[in-house]
Design a protein around this ligand. Structure first.
Ligand SMILES: Nc1ncnc2c1ncn2[C@@H]1O[C@H](COP(=O)(O)OP(=O)(O)O)[C@@H](O)[C@H]1O
Ligand SMILES: [Mg+2]
Length: 257
């Protein structure tokens, strides 16, 4: 294989990935503070993500990971009190959740939120009911052949792994730029975790930026390019995923692994 063929086989987004360190920041979170009522939970969080990167957002139970994802997606709870969130030069901090979704932020919550009484395909079509629409059903089924096989089945009768796939697939059906995943591997067997990780790599190769929150930190770190660790609502580490995998002190202090 010649050098040029090798590059083409890699695909255009793989080349972008290698440039990520010098590319402009795509999602930029600056001094974000958020509250549940009087409870000060997200305590001035800042980090950046480059386009097409996978970032693992880690930390112990209660560190503020879910709250951080919800604040970025501009959910009503927790309430964003100060700070800025920029997605591709658009001010998410000035938006409501539906506007953030239209801007390309798609949150896949921990409970997966499959709609009962609807088939797999109906769950997907519901995500495409209003513009801007993202991936076509064919494109989604190419990525998730198992969902195609089960497209007529009631979504809530799927296995845990398949429900997680449906939840991710539904996010892709929206016009997606950034995928926010809250504990996608929870309760899944290692072989299914590996299958989902492979799919997330393919999604990255299509140019989508991902933030993955996981208790299974090792699996998330193996997948991710970079890692941010939270502790008590603050960033305590921001660096490469490899650095965290190799730093035993850091892992035992903040991740208990
Ligand atoms: N709806 C809520 N109302 C009040 N406090 C909350 C709410 N949700 C989470 N918290 C508190 O915010 C902190 C961070 O929670 P969370 O973001 O869910 O952490 P993580 O996802 O890292 O486990 C915890 O102390 C939790 O008790
Ligand atoms: Mg959580």
């Amino acid at each position: 294989m010649t050098h040029v063929e090798h590059l083409e086989a890699d695909g255009p987004y793989s080349k972008n990935r290698n440039m990520a360190a010098t590319a402009p920041k795509y999602l930029s979170i600056w001094n974000m503070e958020a509250y549940y009522g009087e409870s000060y939970i997200v305590q001035g969080i800042s980090f950046d993500i480059h386009e097409g990167e996978i970032l693992a957002l880690l930390g112990r139970n209660g560190a503020g990971k879910t709250s951080t994802l919800r604040a970025i997606a501009r959910m009503d709870d927790p309430q964003l009190n100060s700070g800025e969130i920029w997605l591709d030069h658009k001010p998410l901090h000035e938006m409501k959740s539906w506007q953030a979704s239209q801007a390309g932020i798609q949150l896949v919550p921990e409970d997966r939120s499959i709609i009962p009484g609807l088939t797999v395909e109906e769950n997907l079509k519901l995500a495409q009911i209003a513009p801007p629409i993202g991936w076509s059903l064919d494109r989604v089924y190419d990525l998730f052949p198992r969902l195609k096989e089960r497209r007529k089945q009631d979504g809530i009768t799927l296995s845990g792994g398949e429900q997680q796939m449906l939840s991710i697939a539904r996010a892709l059906c929206r016009d997606i730029k950034v995928l926010l995943l809250d504990e996608p591997y929870e309760g899944l067997a290692p072989v299914i975790v590996q299958e989902i990780a492979k799919t997330l790599e393919l999604i990255r190769d299509q140019g989508i930026t991902t933030v993955i929150v996981e208790q299974n930190a090792v699996a998330a770190l193996k997948l991710a390019d970079r890692a941010v660790i939270l502790d008590i609502g603050k960033v305590v580490f921001d660096g490469s995923a490899k650095e965290v995998l190799e730093d035993e002190d850091l892992r035992s202090k903040y991740l208990a692994i």
